[in-house]
Design a binder for this molecule. Structure first.
Ligand code: SAM
Length: 234
């Protein structure tokens, strides 16, 4: 299914820990950014790679939402006995009575692309109105003084490289209007495909990114932290 990380879950950690993201660095940046904030919602928590590192730094109270049962299965094993609450649900449907001091996403439901000198929201939600509603809801789920921290990535390109365990990772990118299509392929040296997945993202340009965040209620003017997170405050 589109954008549901089921097919590639078995290879996901191999790719992500082969240099795709540096979770030690990302969790340290968040630790400094969050200060005394402890109640955290991770949107698109995946296999819990960030959560595990965050918990090694402080006693966070983390709720992780993801709609891929397969990714959450891996997260459950990784985070066993950690007290993290993992919820298998589409973020569009997710409602919470409790509020959070921070909402984070590293390549999760929403990330930021740094391209052409702009910071652009890149969302797994492919519908404009649903993205607006989601950001408004996330704003309402934050405590006063809460923040939304979205991980920043470089622009997506086509490439193929060897990752761990003699597996090759290839990504193919196609851009059309606000849509970015990404094809992930994991194969062996002999070319046999082990797993593949198609994802479609909705990308806001720099101006739209600013506007959609302020329209959702976030303070005017986001902050860029260490070029790794775009941070919007309630
Ligand atoms: C690229 S992975 C990132 C996972 C994790 N944040 C990390 O740092 O490894 C994107 C995750 O977002 C989840 N996701 C995408 N759209 C979603 C939605 N509408 N609701 C909940 N989870 C979603 C996928 O299932 C996947 O696990």
């Amino acid at each position: 299914m589109i954008n549901e990380y089921v097919e590639i879950a078995n290879y996901y950690d191999n790719l992500l820990t082969s240099g795709y993201f540096n979770y030690d660095s990302l969790s340290n940046i968040l630790y400094n950014l969050l200060g005394p904030r402890r109640k955290v919602l991770d949107i698109g928590v995946g296999t819990g790679l960030l959560t595990e590192k965050m918990l090694s730094l402080a006693n966070y109270n983390i709720v992780g939402v993801d709609f891929s049962p397969r990714m959450l299965e891996i997260a459950k094993k990784r985070l066993a006995n950690s007290g993290v609450k993992l919820i298998c649900e589409d973020i569009i449907e997710f409602e919470s009575k409790e509020k959070f001091e921070a909402i984070v996403s590293t390549g999760g439901v929403i990330c930021i692309l740094e391209e052409d000198g702009e910071y652009r929201i890149c969302s797994h939600i492919t519908d404009l109105e649903k993205n607006k509603q989601l950001l408004t809801k996330l704003h309402s789920q934050l405590d006063e003084g809460g923040l939304l921290a979205l991980g920043i990535q470089g622009g997506h390109t086509n490439y193929k490289k060897e990752i761990k365990d003699k597996i090759f990772y290839e990504q193919k990118i196609k851009k059309e209007g606000n849509y970015l299509d990404k094809w992930y392929v994991f194969s062996q040296a002999n070319g046999e495909i082990k797993s593949e997945q198609f994802c479609r993202f909705y990308v806001f340009d720099g101006r739209q990114t600013n506007k959609v965040l302020t329209d959702a209620g976030f303070q005017e003017g986001y902050k860029i932290i260490d070029d790794k997170f775009l941070v919007s405050y309630k």
